[in-house]
Design a protein around this ligand. Structure first.
Ligand code: G3P
Ligand code: CA
Length: 250
Protein backbone atom coordinates (compact mmCIF):
# COMPACT_ATOMS: atom_id res chain seq x y z
CA UNK A 1 0.00 0.00 0.00
CA UNK A 2 1.18 3.52 -0.82
CA UNK A 3 2.34 5.73 2.04
CA UNK A 4 0.05 8.66 2.88
CA UNK A 5 1.11 11.90 1.25
CA UNK A 6 1.86 14.71 3.69
CA UNK A 7 -0.01 18.02 3.61
CA UNK A 8 1.40 20.94 5.57
CA UNK A 9 -1.52 22.29 7.58
CA UNK A 10 -1.38 26.11 7.41
CA UNK A 11 2.29 25.56 6.40
CA UNK A 12 4.87 24.12 8.77
CA UNK A 13 2.72 25.81 11.38
CA UNK A 14 4.16 24.14 14.49
CA UNK A 15 7.49 25.79 13.72
CA UNK A 16 6.49 29.12 12.19
CA UNK A 17 3.43 31.41 12.31
CA UNK A 18 0.53 29.83 10.41
CA UNK A 19 -0.41 30.90 6.90
CA UNK A 20 2.84 32.82 6.38
CA UNK A 21 5.01 32.47 3.32
CA UNK A 22 7.90 31.39 5.55
CA UNK A 23 5.80 28.56 7.04
CA UNK A 24 4.95 27.26 3.57
CA UNK A 25 8.52 27.61 2.29
CA UNK A 26 9.74 25.61 5.29
CA UNK A 27 7.11 22.94 4.60
CA UNK A 28 8.35 22.62 1.03
CA UNK A 29 11.96 22.34 2.15
CA UNK A 30 10.90 19.68 4.67
CA UNK A 31 9.40 17.58 1.89
CA UNK A 32 5.66 18.30 2.11
CA UNK A 33 3.65 16.82 -0.76
CA UNK A 34 0.80 19.29 -0.31
CA UNK A 35 0.03 22.66 1.27
CA UNK A 36 -3.23 23.36 3.10
CA UNK A 37 -4.68 26.83 3.53
CA UNK A 38 -7.93 28.45 4.60
CA UNK A 39 -9.23 31.28 2.46
CA UNK A 40 -11.52 34.21 3.11
CA UNK A 41 -12.60 37.20 1.07
CA UNK A 42 -11.71 40.73 2.08
CA UNK A 43 -14.28 43.50 1.79
CA UNK A 44 -12.78 44.49 -1.58
CA UNK A 45 -12.84 40.97 -2.97
CA UNK A 46 -9.32 39.59 -2.43
CA UNK A 47 -8.71 36.02 -1.29
CA UNK A 48 -6.45 35.91 1.74
CA UNK A 49 -5.16 32.95 3.72
CA UNK A 50 -6.69 33.42 7.17
CA UNK A 51 -8.35 30.75 9.30
CA UNK A 52 -10.41 32.79 11.73
CA UNK A 53 -13.15 35.29 10.99
CA UNK A 54 -10.84 37.98 12.34
CA UNK A 55 -7.10 38.59 12.23
CA UNK A 56 -6.97 39.18 16.00
CA UNK A 57 -5.30 35.85 16.89
CA UNK A 58 -2.83 35.71 14.02
CA UNK A 59 -1.63 39.30 13.68
CA UNK A 60 -0.71 42.30 15.80
CA UNK A 61 -3.83 44.05 14.55
CA UNK A 62 -7.52 43.35 14.74
CA UNK A 63 -10.57 43.30 12.52
CA UNK A 64 -13.01 41.10 10.68
CA UNK A 65 -11.53 39.94 7.37
CA UNK A 66 -14.74 40.41 5.37
CA UNK A 67 -15.16 43.96 6.72
CA UNK A 68 -11.60 45.06 5.97
CA UNK A 69 -9.83 45.90 2.73
CA UNK A 70 -6.69 44.12 1.62
CA UNK A 71 -4.73 47.32 2.18
CA UNK A 72 -6.06 47.62 5.73
CA UNK A 73 -5.20 44.00 6.57
CA UNK A 74 -1.74 44.45 5.05
CA UNK A 75 -0.93 47.02 7.70
CA UNK A 76 -0.53 44.27 10.32
CA UNK A 77 2.29 41.88 11.17
CA UNK A 78 1.41 38.18 10.80
CA UNK A 79 4.80 36.94 11.97
CA UNK A 80 6.57 37.61 15.25
CA UNK A 81 7.95 40.92 16.58
CA UNK A 82 11.46 39.70 15.64
CA UNK A 83 10.57 38.18 12.27
CA UNK A 84 7.68 40.07 10.73
CA UNK A 85 5.53 38.49 8.03
CA UNK A 86 3.05 39.87 5.53
CA UNK A 87 -0.52 38.80 5.07
CA UNK A 88 -0.54 35.94 2.56
CA UNK A 89 -2.85 36.06 -0.45
CA UNK A 90 -4.05 32.93 -2.24
CA UNK A 91 -2.34 34.16 -5.42
CA UNK A 92 1.04 34.28 -3.71
CA UNK A 93 0.57 30.80 -2.27
CA UNK A 94 -0.42 29.36 -5.66
CA UNK A 95 2.66 30.98 -7.18
CA UNK A 96 4.84 29.39 -4.50
CA UNK A 97 3.33 25.92 -4.98
CA UNK A 98 3.67 26.09 -8.76
CA UNK A 99 7.21 27.41 -8.60
CA UNK A 100 8.42 24.44 -6.55
CA UNK A 101 10.10 22.32 -9.22
CA UNK A 102 11.57 19.53 -7.05
CA UNK A 103 8.21 17.73 -7.02
CA UNK A 104 4.63 18.52 -7.96
CA UNK A 105 3.04 20.00 -4.86
CA UNK A 106 -0.74 20.05 -4.42
CA UNK A 107 -2.56 22.95 -2.88
CA UNK A 108 -5.53 22.12 -0.62
CA UNK A 109 -7.71 25.22 -0.46
CA UNK A 110 -10.38 25.25 2.25
CA UNK A 111 -13.29 27.67 1.96
CA UNK A 112 -14.84 28.68 5.28
CA UNK A 113 -18.61 28.98 5.81
CA UNK A 114 -20.91 30.53 6.78
CA UNK A 115 -19.44 33.81 5.54
CA UNK A 116 -20.78 37.17 4.50
CA UNK A 117 -19.98 36.64 0.82
CA UNK A 118 -21.45 33.11 0.56
CA UNK A 119 -20.83 31.40 -2.78
CA UNK A 120 -18.69 34.26 -4.06
CA UNK A 121 -15.77 32.64 -2.21
CA UNK A 122 -15.90 29.51 -4.38
CA UNK A 123 -16.39 31.62 -7.53
CA UNK A 124 -13.30 33.64 -6.70
CA UNK A 125 -11.26 30.55 -5.81
CA UNK A 126 -12.17 28.88 -9.10
CA UNK A 127 -11.39 32.08 -11.02
CA UNK A 128 -7.98 32.25 -9.35
CA UNK A 129 -7.21 28.60 -10.12
CA UNK A 130 -8.33 29.14 -13.72
CA UNK A 131 -6.04 32.17 -14.00
CA UNK A 132 -3.13 29.95 -13.01
CA UNK A 133 -4.28 27.25 -15.44
CA UNK A 134 -4.93 24.64 -12.75
CA UNK A 135 -8.73 24.42 -12.63
CA UNK A 136 -9.11 21.71 -15.29
CA UNK A 137 -6.58 18.96 -14.48
CA UNK A 138 -6.25 15.95 -16.78
CA UNK A 139 -6.93 13.67 -13.81
CA UNK A 140 -7.24 13.83 -10.04
CA UNK A 141 -3.70 12.46 -9.78
CA UNK A 142 -2.36 15.31 -11.89
CA UNK A 143 -4.36 18.01 -10.14
CA UNK A 144 -2.31 20.79 -8.56
CA UNK A 145 -5.26 22.08 -6.55
CA UNK A 146 -7.99 20.54 -4.43
CA UNK A 147 -10.88 22.50 -2.96
CA UNK A 148 -12.26 21.50 0.45
CA UNK A 149 -15.00 22.62 2.77
CA UNK A 150 -17.10 21.58 5.73
CA UNK A 151 -19.96 23.06 3.73
CA UNK A 152 -21.54 20.45 1.44
CA UNK A 153 -23.08 23.28 -0.60
CA UNK A 154 -19.64 24.76 -1.19
CA UNK A 155 -18.29 21.40 -2.39
CA UNK A 156 -21.29 21.05 -4.68
CA UNK A 157 -20.69 24.51 -6.18
CA UNK A 158 -17.09 23.59 -6.98
CA UNK A 159 -18.10 20.24 -8.48
CA UNK A 160 -20.74 21.87 -10.66
CA UNK A 161 -18.47 24.67 -11.95
CA UNK A 162 -15.19 22.76 -12.16
CA UNK A 163 -16.07 19.06 -12.48
CA UNK A 164 -12.47 17.95 -13.07
CA UNK A 165 -11.16 19.50 -9.88
CA UNK A 166 -10.79 17.14 -6.90
CA UNK A 167 -12.81 18.08 -3.82
CA UNK A 168 -12.85 17.05 -0.17
CA UNK A 169 -15.99 17.08 1.94
CA UNK A 170 -14.69 17.74 5.45
CA UNK A 171 -16.63 16.55 8.47
CA UNK A 172 -16.50 15.50 12.09
CA UNK A 173 -19.06 12.72 11.86
CA UNK A 174 -18.27 9.32 10.36
CA UNK A 175 -21.97 8.75 9.84
CA UNK A 176 -22.26 11.91 7.79
CA UNK A 177 -19.11 11.26 5.74
CA UNK A 178 -20.07 7.63 5.16
CA UNK A 179 -23.63 8.52 4.23
CA UNK A 180 -25.05 10.02 1.08
CA UNK A 181 -23.70 13.58 1.48
CA UNK A 182 -20.40 12.99 -0.32
CA UNK A 183 -22.18 11.25 -3.18
CA UNK A 184 -24.85 13.92 -3.42
CA UNK A 185 -22.34 16.74 -3.76
CA UNK A 186 -19.91 14.70 -5.88
CA UNK A 187 -16.94 14.96 -3.51
CA UNK A 188 -13.93 12.99 -4.71
CA UNK A 189 -12.64 12.55 -1.16
CA UNK A 190 -13.85 12.67 2.41
CA UNK A 191 -12.02 14.51 5.17
CA UNK A 192 -12.53 13.13 8.68
CA UNK A 193 -10.70 14.49 11.70
CA UNK A 194 -8.15 12.13 13.19
CA UNK A 195 -10.43 11.72 16.22
CA UNK A 196 -13.22 10.55 13.93
CA UNK A 197 -10.83 8.16 12.22
CA UNK A 198 -9.66 6.69 15.52
CA UNK A 199 -13.26 6.01 16.52
CA UNK A 200 -14.38 4.88 13.06
CA UNK A 201 -11.41 3.40 11.21
CA UNK A 202 -13.74 1.81 8.63
CA UNK A 203 -14.34 5.33 7.24
CA UNK A 204 -11.37 4.83 4.88
CA UNK A 205 -12.58 1.50 3.46
CA UNK A 206 -16.12 2.80 3.11
CA UNK A 207 -14.87 5.82 1.19
CA UNK A 208 -12.65 3.63 -1.01
CA UNK A 209 -15.58 1.33 -1.77
CA UNK A 210 -17.42 4.40 -3.05
CA UNK A 211 -14.39 5.42 -5.12
CA UNK A 212 -13.30 8.17 -2.79
CA UNK A 213 -9.94 8.98 -1.23
CA UNK A 214 -9.51 9.97 2.42
CA UNK A 215 -7.85 13.14 3.68
CA UNK A 216 -7.34 13.15 7.47
CA UNK A 217 -6.65 16.18 9.67
CA UNK A 218 -4.84 17.20 11.84
CA UNK A 219 -2.41 14.33 12.34
CA UNK A 220 0.41 15.35 14.66
CA UNK A 221 1.08 12.25 16.81
CA UNK A 222 3.18 9.33 15.66
CA UNK A 223 0.55 6.75 16.61
CA UNK A 224 -1.99 8.59 14.48
CA UNK A 225 0.41 8.76 11.53
CA UNK A 226 0.84 4.98 11.85
CA UNK A 227 -2.91 4.50 12.05
CA UNK A 228 -3.37 6.52 8.85
CA UNK A 229 -0.67 4.48 7.16
CA UNK A 230 -2.29 1.18 8.20
CA UNK A 231 -5.74 2.28 7.11
CA UNK A 232 -4.60 3.51 3.71
CA UNK A 233 -5.37 7.19 4.18
CA UNK A 234 -4.31 9.07 1.04
CA UNK A 235 -3.47 12.41 2.58
CA UNK A 236 -2.55 13.40 6.13
CA UNK A 237 -2.66 17.06 7.07
CA UNK A 238 -0.18 17.94 9.80
CA UNK A 239 1.40 20.93 11.49
CA UNK A 240 4.73 19.01 11.42
CA UNK A 241 5.37 18.06 7.77
CA UNK A 242 9.09 17.33 8.12
CA UNK A 243 8.76 15.09 11.14
CA UNK A 244 5.81 13.28 9.56
CA UNK A 245 7.72 12.65 6.33
CA UNK A 246 10.57 11.18 8.39
CA UNK A 247 8.23 8.92 10.36
CA UNK A 248 6.65 7.64 7.17
CA UNK A 249 10.06 6.96 5.65
CA UNK A 250 11.17 4.83 8.63
O1 G3P B 1 -7.51 20.46 6.78
C1 G3P B 1 -8.78 20.57 7.31
C2 G3P B 1 -8.73 21.27 8.61
O2 G3P B 1 -7.89 22.38 8.47
C3 G3P B 1 -10.07 21.69 9.10
O3 G3P B 1 -10.06 22.36 10.31
O4 G3P B 1 -10.30 24.40 11.65
O5 G3P B 1 -8.04 23.65 10.98
O6 G3P B 1 -9.58 24.60 9.29
P1 G3P B 1 -9.47 23.81 10.57
CA1 CA C 1 -8.26 24.42 7.38
Amino acid sequence: MREPLVVAHRGASAALPEHTLAAYELALREGADGLECDVRLTRDGHLVCVHDRTVDRTSDGSGVVSESTLAELREFNYGTPDVPAELLTLDTLVELALSWTERPVKLFVETKHPVRFGSLVESKVLAALARFGISTPASAAHARAVVMSFSAAAVWRVRRSAPLLPTVLLGESARYLGGSAATTVGATAVGPSVKTLREHPDTVDKAAAAGRATYCWTVDDRADVELCRELGVGWVATNHPGRTKNWLAS
